[in-house]
Write a protein that binds this ligand. Structure first.
Ligand SMILES: C[S@@+](CC[C@H](N)C(=O)[O-])C[C@H]1O[C@@H](n2cnc3c(N)ncnc32)[C@H](O)[C@@H]1O
Length: 304
């Protein structure tokens, strides 16, 4: 799959407080300059969307992390924490790649593997909103992915202070999140508007990119804040295989329970009308009237 995609770096912006890089992924059939490190797996339709999102991110960024931790993870006995680890996909891959480091995943739900896992990874059931049950300055690298729908804006402030607290001075903290596209076709826009309304009713901010950077800056305890944004045109017509893969994640997000139940109420639709309208949105996307979706990574270093 990966051979059909070429990566064009469109623009690079340097800002005073943090550095932001944007890459756009375009459907092309030629000129892959060098072999890619990671390719997209060819998934079955019903595969867990979070696992699919992990492999999509790995492909888009050609890495499972952007913080400059490669050397310490490879050569030192690093301690790594993944907060809200879910099924542990990121951790299991990290633990397999970096055998000399040790990894801990924490989550409220025990969806992670209990026994079949590399021996340098452990999991623990933790409600992170009660605070992280670790001493200050414990971890060399703290990672958190796809939690944008989980925390209210106040909880983000608390969680970030906790992530920084448990990170060692000089250690790194990294976030990876999707960002709802700014522009879309008129039918899909109805779903996006309803999602924003639903999120705001819970005091959850669905577009967190700027806020995350703002919160990190406001802590005064981290520096070297950097980010990278991957732009993926949604669907096969506009985005090729990558766009099609993102579409599967996107479908899962809007169609898996309990979203249809909750969203249809906000949109004043019956459950069936919700599914019918989503079909129309899919047709809109298939015609190429599709949003440019974004996945971003933000990383920073705890001050010494
Ligand atoms: C969208 S999933 C992301 C999982 C994983 N990080 C990934 O990228 O695949 C959100 C995760 O947050 C976990 N979660 C929600 N509230 C939590 C809490 N208060 N404490 C710990 N984990 C929580 C959920 O159980 C779920 O596994």
């Amino acid at each position: 799959m990966g051979g059909a995609i070429s990566i064009n770096k469109l623009r690079k912006k340097n800002k005073s407080k943090h550095t932001r890089t944007i890459q756009r992924y375009e459907k092309k059939t030629d000129d892959v300059k060098e072999p890619l490190k990671y390719y997209l797996a060819n998934f079955m339709k019903d595969t867990d969307i979070m696992v699919l999102l992990h492999f999509l991110g790995r492909y888009l960024f050609q890495s499972i992390h952007n913080a400059p931790v490669e050397e310490i993870l490879t050569n030192e006995n690093c301690k790594v924490l993944d907060v809200g680890c879910g099924a542990g996909t990121w951790l299991l891959e990290s633990a397999t790649l970096y055998r000399s480091s040790s990894f801990l995943g924490i989550d409220l739900c025990t969806v992670y593997p209990a026994e079949i896992k590399p021996d340098n990874v452990e999991f623990m059931q933790v409600d992170v909103l009660n605070g992280l049950p670790f001493e200050d300055n414990t971890y060399d690298y703290v990672h958190q992915g796809n939690m944008v729908e989980v925390y209210t804006i106040e909880q983000w402030n608390f969680i970030i202070s906790e992530l920084i607290r448990v990170c060692k001075p000089g250690g790194y903290i990294e976030f990876t999140e999707p960002e709802l596209a700014p522009k879309t076709g008129p039918i899909l826009k109805r779903f996006y508007d309803a999602l924003i309304e639903l999120s705001e009713s819970r005091n959850v901010r669905i577009r967190m990119y700027r806020n995350l950077i703002k919160i990190l800056n406001s802590t005064q305890t981290v520096h070297n804040i950097e980010s990278k944004v991957a732009i993926v045109p949604l669907g096969m017509k506009k985005g090729g295989n990558v766009g099609q893969t993102y579409l599967e994640v996107h479908d899962g997000f809007f169609l898996n329970d309990p979203m249809p139940e909750t969203m249809s109420k906000i949109m004043n639709l019956s459950r069936q009308e919700y599914f019918d309208l989503f079909d129309e949105a899919k047709q809109e996307i298939e015609k190429g009237v599709a949003p440019d979706c974004e996945i971003y990574r933000i990383w920073c270093q705890k001050k010494i």
